[in-house]
Design a protein around this ligand. Structure first.
Ligand SMILES: Nc1ncnc2c1ncn2[C@@H]1O[C@H](COP(=O)(O)OP(=O)(O)OP(=O)(O)O)[C@@H](O)[C@H]1O
Ligand SMILES: [Mg+2]
Length: 247
């Protein structure tokens, strides 16, 4: 099976002057070091690891928002992807226009974008918010609207950076339901998300990548990642991390 998206020995350096780097500079931070991974259609991949381990950098790299300093990214031809940031940036406009704007930016005519935006809001159960000002929504509502906006673009790959951090349990559940609905909509729909919530990882992921200091140290199917016998024996650092998060 050909991969939907893959990284080949990708290294990302960040810091002052890093944007123009074409080779490594030992005085800068390596946010990612020699990461190779590939994701197939239909996978649900969770990225876990401590603060600063490189999860957001990896997502940004996969979405083309960063260039690798070394190594490369490859994507299936014509891959449609969308990304959801931890704190969605709501614009000063009605929810329906906020969703439509994403479609318009992608090339749809405004009238068509508007119709599609309303259809998506209906599908994700947010039609009642369509005329509200996006900025006046609660955090949980904003995250669901951002999810609707991404989904309206009909991506095959959805990247989400800590989609439920700082949400209350009810809002968390609603965002998780949308993630599940997206994953279940078509068999080729693919999720890559970062999370500090290991319960959520268990509920949503089919595969887990554990990052430490910019490296992917563990890449396992979800049931093996949460099998403490496997983890403790083969990946003690990840086992330590999982135990720490659970406490
Ligand atoms: N703009 C930047 N300039 C310099 N260093 C950066 C920049 N952004 C991130 N870094 C560094 O890159 C490393 C990886 O950061 P990243 O944000 O990817 O981690 P993370 O796993 O998403 O952490 P968190 O769980 O806190 O969100 C960290 O050492 C961080 O300090
Ligand atoms: Mg992050």
């Amino acid at each position: 099976m050909t991969a939907l998206i893959a990284l080949h020995q990708a290294t990302v350096q960040l810091g002052v002057g890093a944007r123009s780097l074409t080779r490594l500079n030992p005085s800068l931070v390596c946010a990612l070091s020699e990461v190779s991974m590939s994701v197939n259609a239909g996978e649900r991949v969770a990225l876990v690891g401590a603060n600063g381990s490189g999860k957001s950098t990896l997502l940004r790299l996969l979405h083309g928002l960063l260039q690798p300093t070394q190594g490369r990214l490859s994507q299936a031809r014509g891959l449609r992807q969308a990304m959801l940031f931890q704190r969605p940036h709501m614009l000063r406009m009605q929810v329906k226009n906020y969703v439509a704007l994403g479609l318009w930016l992608q090339g749809s005519a405004w009238a068509q974008a508007h119709i599609q935006a309303l259809a998506t809001l209906e599908r994700v159960g947010l039609i009642d918010l369509a005329n509200r000002k996006a900025r006046t929504l609660s955090g949980g509502q904003q995250q669901r609207v951002a999810m609707a906006r991404a989904w309206a673009l009909e991506p095959q790959l959805l990247l989400l950076d800590e989609p439920t951090a700082s949400l209350d349990p009810h809002a968390k559940g609603e965002v998780e339901s949308l993630m599940q609905a997206f994953a279940g909509q078509r068999s080729e729909n693919t999720l890559i998300f970062s999370s500090h919530n290991l319960g959520q990882v268990k509920r949503l992921a089919s595969r887990v990548l554990y990052l430490e200091k910019g490296r992917v140290l563990v890449d396992l199917p979800v049931n093996q990642f949460f099998d403490s016998n496997v983890l403790q024996a083969q990946y003690p650092a990840a086992h330590f991390f999982v135990k720490g998060e659970v406490l």
